[in-house]
Design a protein around this ligand. Structure first.
Ligand SMILES: [Fe+2]
Length: 254
């Protein structure tokens, strides 16, 4: 321990850290001072918003967990009754926008979900605005605006722990025409109920992938984000991010 402070054997790699918005962020590349800060979580701890944070261990690789968090069609059966039911499905337009570091799906013409969550957030109904986003390197975000007064934005930072386990660090920011004390008693239990259903379906998917000896997914047009997420992750891994912005529109039953 004495002398030779600069000797390489005495030195471990250092990772830049930042304490921000209730989380400790660690820059994954050692011995590099990043030239920008971590992702800024929208609405967290802002006036008028109830903010809830939770770390959840999710089965599956990062891309599967991100797709699960952002996939709309699965809600009708994995979360039947909470958001929407199969029998209530109607066609809406989805605008998928891809840019260098992100992909976003905007859902146009969606009705207020008839399930419990929709009734709770917007008792009087109203226009629904809904976006799902994946932002490199690891942010999955779901944003809903219901009517004039309700806004819920869930931002999940994903960290791969093993090839089949991903840590999900969720920040839920909610504004609704309900006192925060009541909102608090409802938001966390309902979010955790939804998460348990997602954990179960991801666990089953992980088991099936293991059983068949590897992934061999088939996507359809309504899997609006999954392929893009995998492509963005591949591009980021090889350092070749595309410059071109793209927009496409499809119809989907939700
Ligand atoms: Fe889900």
């Amino acid at each position: 321990m004495c002398g030779e402070a600069e000797h390489p054997n005495r030195r471990v790699p250092s990772h830049a850290c930042r304490d921000a918005q209730g989380w400790l962020w660690v820059y994954s590349v050692p011995d590099v001072e990043p030239d920008s800060g971590p992702y800024e979580i929208p609405c967290a701890d802002q006036k008028g918003y109830l903010t809830v944070r939770e770390r959840i261990e999710m089965p599956g690789p990062l891309d599967a967990v991100a797709e699960n968090a952002l996939d709309v069609p699965h809600t009708a059966f994995v979360h039947a009754g909470l958001f929407r039911k199969n029998k209530d499905r109607r066609p809406i337009e989805v605008i998928v926008r891809t840019s260098r570091d992100r992909v976003e799906a905007e859902f146009v013409g969606e009705e207020r979900p008839k399930g419990l969550v929709g009734r709770f957030l917007a008792p009087k109904g109203g226009e629904v605005f809904h976006w799902d986003r994946f932002i490199l390197p690891c942010i999955a975000q779901v944003e809903y605006r219901l009517g004039e007064r309700s806004h819920i934005i869930t931002t999940a930072a994903l960290t791969p722990r093993t090839p089949t386990v991903t840590d999900l660090f969720a920040t839920v920011a909610v504004k609704a025409p309900i006192p925060n004390t009541i909102l608090r008693t409802v938001v966390k239990p309902s979010a955790m109920h939804i998460v348990r259903q997602d954990v179960e379906i991801l666990q089953r998917q992980t088991e099936q992938v293991r059983r068949f000896g590897g992934e061999e997914f088939v996507s359809t047009e309504i899997d609006v984000l999954g392929l893009r997420i995998r492509k963005l992750l591949r591009e980021a891994a090889t350092g070749h991010l595309r410059e071109a912005d793209e927009e496409r529109r499809i119809k989907m039953l939700v």
